[in-house]
Design a protein around this ligand. Structure first.
Ligand code: ATP
Ligand code: MG
Length: 453
């Protein structure tokens, strides 16, 4: 089955029985796939497993085959797998199948089931496979659930969240899980394109529509026809453009710039922004009617400090992404992990990803200790000396009668706010400190002082 670029999808066939493997490859070729047989001591064709769509396994009792699969599994954490005949002991693959898309094929293999499952596995190819939403913390489980709920509907989705939290990843995942998956996903960053060019970017233009329009141009709406249009940084769109967009959302039609011909459009809209659109609407910077249209199904991406329990999994995932062939050779030590867990991550996963990329270049193998981390991450683990101003703030010295009650009153407010911040940050001190705009070390002291931890 050819993919969207017209290439045949590769299928890595692994079987302890070479005759059966060859027979299966024939069938796959007939179905228009590009099979590669692995095993029997042959070196694995990694190019095959890299672009591979699905991986079909034979007899799991064969130790050599298990090892072969283990090696491939290590390098390709999201390679979708079709397991042939669970009855032959596929549970022996469990460790390597865990957390990856896999399906079971009945033996003998039926063509209809094979075709159907290969197609499904194929949906996991490419971007989504490499960029699925990692994590098992409560907030991210909630996001995954929302993605699954909304994917199959044509509902508009609004994804909000700080920069680097994975908004685009969510948009792509929704598209990939939807019926529109084999149609284009077209992203456009509304904030990065000058207001006067955005209209023609979105709707296209006719030759000569304006100075510089030397030829006819297809807009993103047309490019996304049948698929999904991802309007990134929608909060930065000018009010003028917002009006034009609203019309398209309501009437499902538009005109190219410089043309009178009305074109019908069938695209699903997913928008994202790091801004607070409710506030922007109150301040008249964002149209309320457009806001309601877009936010039919809102998804809020949690900042990384609110999902600190996902760090080990994310680190693992990013290490594999950045290490490629070397995956598995570099580990993050316990001390370093603890420091990273207490860090507040203002740049979220993007910052984490950059850090891992840097570490993977500096230390291709071995264990990352606390000392190997750049200073700002190390500092998160260190108790910095508290400044005079901070310690004074922690112990206000008041002696008069009214002063005493004032002190108690202020303490009450303080403990209340700290408790709220801790709850909001899921008990992560660095996160709560960030919410309170205070140093982590100061907060640690206050928690101890008020016995709040
Ligand atoms: N759960 C995740 N697992 C692995 N990588 C992730 C995850 N979420 C995000 N990333 C990676 O983090 C980076 C930032 O993600 P993305 O571009 O989706 O964020 P964003 O919210 O759109 O950020 P920005 O506002 O800066 O555009 C990307 O490289 C993405 O692949
Ligand atoms: Mg983005």
């Amino acid at each position: 089955m050819a993919d969207s670029s017209g290439k045949q999808a590769k299928v890595l066939v692994m079987d302890s029985n070479p005759v059966r493997a060859r027979e299966l490859s024939h069938r796959l070729r007939f179905l228009n796939y590009d099979p590669v047989v692995a095993g029997d001591g042959d070196p694995i064709d990694t190019s095959a497993s890299e672009s591979g769509i699905a991986l079909v396994l034979g007899d799991a009792k064969d130790a050599k085959l298990r090892e072969l699969f283990h090696q491939v599994a290590l390098r390709q954490p999201h390679l979708p797998v079709l397991v042939v005949n669970a009855a032959q002991g596929a549970e022996q693959f469990d460790e390597d199948l865990k957390n990856r898309p896999h399906w079971t094929l009945d033996a003998p293999i039926r063509r209809s089931q094979l075709t159907q499952l290969l197609r499904r596995a194929q949906r996991y190819d490419g971007t989504e496979r490499r960029q699925r939403i990692t994590g098992s913390s409560r907030p991210i489980r909630q996001v995954r659930k929302q993605i699954e709920q909304v994917a199959d509907f044509d509902t508009n989705v609004l994804i909000t969240g700080e920069s680097g939290t994975g908004k685009e990843l969510v948009a792509r995942t929704i598209h990939d899980l939807s019926d529109r998956a084999d149609k284009p996903f077209v992203p456009i960053n509304c904030g990065a394109i000058p207001a006067e060019l955005l209209e023609s970017e979105l709707f296209g233009h006719e030759k000569g529509a304006f100075t510089g329009a030397v030829s006819t141009r297809t807009g993103r709406f047309e490019l996304a026809e049948g698929g999904t249009l991802f309007l990134d940084e929608i909060g930065d769109m000018s009010l003028d453009m917002q009006v034009k967009l609203l019309r398209v959302l309501q009437e499902k039609c538009f005109e190219r710039v410089g043309s009178n011909e009305t074109r019908h459009t069938n695209v699903r809209i997913i928008a994202a922004t790091h801004r607070n659109l409710t506030e922007a609407a109150q301040q008249g910077e964002f149209r309320e009617d457009l806001y309601y249209r877009l936010s039919v199904f809102p998804i809020a991406m949690p900042p990384l400090y609110k999902r600190a329990s996902d760090l080990p999994q994310l680190l693992n995932e990013l290490l594999i992404q950045h290490q490629g062939e070397n995956a598995g050779k570099l580990r993050i030590g316990q001390e370093a992990l603890e420091a990273l867990t207490s860090y507040a991550w203002p740049g979220n996963i993007r910052e984490l990803s950059n850090l891992v990329e840097r570490l993977a270049i500096l230390y291709p193998s071995g264990e990352i200790g606390l000392a190997d981390l750049p200073a700002k991450y190390r500092d998160a683990a260190n108790q910095r000396p508290v400044t005079a101003a901070e310690s004074q703030q922690a112990q206000p010295t008041t002696t008069t009668l009214t002063g005493v009650s004032l002190k108690l009153h202020l303490q009450e407010i303080e403990t209340d706010l700290i408790a709220k911040a801790m709850a909001e940050a899921d008990g992560v001190v660095a996160g709560a400190a960030r919410l309170l705009n205070m140093r982590r070390t100061t907060l640690v002291e206050k928690l101890a002082k008020y016995k709040l931890s």
